[in-house]
Design a protein around this ligand. Structure first.
Ligand code: NAD
Length: 379
């Protein structure tokens, strides 16, 4: 029998790594799921719901962890927390492998097999396990909802007997998973939407969602997508041309949602202080890249500031603000991943360490950091 532990997250993380639906599916496959009491509370998964789905709800984290084969978390647990697990147990979580290395090393030293869900390869077989997509999609949605609430004016055009209310103009910068959902959400609210990106593939996607595409479409743009589907860092020359284009466009926008990222780098700076100052009073900038330094020069992480009557928000955990949905999808991602490692007939853990998705996510094993991207440079 495979024993799976789920414990509460820290205070600033409302999500949880299981849902009643995934507990039910894991239990049906012969797994014992032990959940710390209250762990699902902030995602509206009451202990009774989890129990009814087949989980054993236990009083403390240590009770859940004792002798478990697998620990499922949203955020990286501490080395102390995982000690009661079975030796060599699997820990699957969003481990933020590039952050706070000392903590990661200490966790690795416990001997647990650490699997970073953010490293899930973006291949079609692993689409159902892609936590970056499941969470970014919700972040894109929530960004528009929050920005609309901060805007203090209507989003759709309204023609009334007392006069016409104009539609809000929303500009989405960066059209990956979060940006596409932001476009769709802003359109549903009735805004006039435009969007920009450096990857040519986004041009058609933006148009198909009914938004206007704006970009510097030169030779560099035509080659801006890597084989993995991500954006390349752009040259200073391109950045200058892009800044001129954005400066001209942004003046007339009411809400700007920024989501632009380049893997392994600080977020590209797309909005300068001067551009902010050119915007109308009451405009809103909602910067989803705040965690990586922000797409706007004035963004402050985890804060909403006001600069010359323009509000600038830099949220750090938007998926955590829709925890019921975010936890449900995250738990499903974990379930799909675990199903590849559980022998359903024999009801035992059978990990194929050569599987692309295991190799791709495995950060540490047998006390050592093993992921190539986390080795010292030149090693
Ligand atoms: P991301 O979070 O890395 O970046 C967000 C967006 O910012 C991207 O569209 C990127 O092109 C854009 N960007 C970067 N620099 C910019 C700049 N200077 N100016 C304007 N925009 C800039 O992206 P993501 O949401 O993770 O998606 C990346 C790619 O992965 C997309 O092609 C997406 O379709 C693909 N994807 C594939 C799978 C899969 O196959 N399983 C799953 C999800 C996403």
């Amino acid at each position: 029998m495979v024993t799976i532990a789920v414990t509460s997250e820290r205070d600033d993380e409302p999500r949880v790594a299981v849902s009643p639906e995934t507990v039910k599916k894991l239990a049906a496959q012969g797994c014992a799921v032990k959940v710390e009491a209250g762990a699902g509370h902030r995602s509206r998964f009451a202990d009774d719901m989890l129990k009814a789905a087949g989980a054993t709800v236990v009083a403390s984290a240590d009770d859940a962890l004792a002798g478990a084969d697998i620990l499922l978390k949203v955020r990286r647990p501490s080395a102390e927390e995982v000690k009661p697990l079975k030796q060599g147990a699997i820990v699957a979580a969003m481990l933020a492998p590039f952050d706070e290395r000392a903590g990661l090393d200490a966790l690795a030293a416990t001997g647990a097999s650490l699997m970073a869900m953010e490293f899930m390869p973006r291949i079609s077989r692993a689409q159902s396990m892609d936590v970056l997509s499941s969470q970014a999609n919700l972040a894109g949605y929530k960004a528009v909802i929050d920005a609309a609430a901060m805007f203090g004016q209507a989003m759709p055009m309204m023609m009334t007997a007392a006069g016409t209310v104009p539609a809000a103009k929303v500009f989405i910068m960066g059209v990956g998973v979060a940006g596409l959902q932001a476009i769709a959400t802003a359109r549903r609210l009735g805004a006039i939407v435009s969007a920009t990106d450096v990857r040519p593939a986004t041009k058609e996607q933006v148009a198909s969602l009914g938004a206007k595409f704006i970009a510097v479409e030169d030779d560099e743009f035509r080659q801006a997508q890597t084989a993995a589907g991500y954006a390349k860092p752009m040259s200073p020359d391109y950045q200058k041309k892009q800044a001129d284009l954005v400066a001209a466009h942004i003046k007339a926008q009411d809400i700007v949602i920024t989501t632009a990222l380049v893997p392994g780098r600080p977020a590209p700076r797309l909005i300068s202080a001067a551009m902010v100052e050119s915007m109308k009073p009451g405009s809103v900038i909602f910067d989803l890249a705040a965690e990586r330094g922000g797409n706007c020069e004035l963004t402050q992480p985890d804060r909403t500031i006001e600069h010359k009557d323009v509000k600038i928000a830099g949220p750090l955990n938007l998926p955590g603000e829709v925890p019921v949905n975010a936890s449900s999808l995250y738990a499903k991602n974990l379930l799909a991943f675990l199903e590849t490692m559980i022998d359903k007939k024999e009801k035992v853990l059978k990990v194929n360490w050569d599987d692309e998705i295991v190799k791709g996510t495995l950060v540490a094993k047998d006390g050592k950091i093993v992921h190539p991207s986390l080795q010292p440079k030149g090693a």
